[in-house]
Design a protein around this ligand. Sequence first.
Ligand code: IMP
Length: 200
Amino acid sequence: MKIVLASHNQKKIAELRTLLGEYIPDVEVLSLADAGVEGEIVEDGDTFEANALIKARAAAASGYIGVGDDSGLCVEALDGAPGVYSARYAGEQGDDEANLDLVLENMKGKSDRRAAFVCCIACAFPDGSDPIVCHGRVDGELLEAREGKGGFGYDPIFYYPPFGTTFGVASAEQKNTVSHRARALAAFAKALGERLTQEK
Ligand code: IMP
């Protein structure tokens, strides 16, 4: 069984392969390039779900099952921002340091520090059957300054109470036991495994 993940990120591809392998033993996860899908995918949805579906459908154009994911940080006191704009909150796509600094700036003086990382994983089928959409989230609080240098994105200011520290201090293994991505992926792997079993 071949599945195409709408990503060029080899770490994400390996992660999906491992998790799906627990539910679908003969799974082969391909990148867009491996599957011969060319061109840029325009992620212009207003929600994580819309963007994950845009990517999943683009990947399913390969003729194989397509998977797309979208994630970000949602801050209560900022009405859910940076949300779907997490990767380009400060303007430039992927400038993690500037994005984090802007969140700190916008959070100055705010006492409600609640925030969550959220992730949506969607799966589209080439025959047009109903897509699968799964969500994962992890709740924490934003610090007023960075703590730790690990992880990426907003990890150094995301304090996770059960760990007593930020995702920037926690190890990748520790983060993977609770992260929004791991939770969405686990739900997705299970749902896809069930769908494929029903079809047999
Ligand atoms: P993506 O959809 O997984 O590419 O994530 C979009 C953006 O959300 C990233 O560029 C980060 O700014 C932020 N983000 C998503 N997941 C995490 C995380 O686990 N830690 C820190 N930042 C994250």
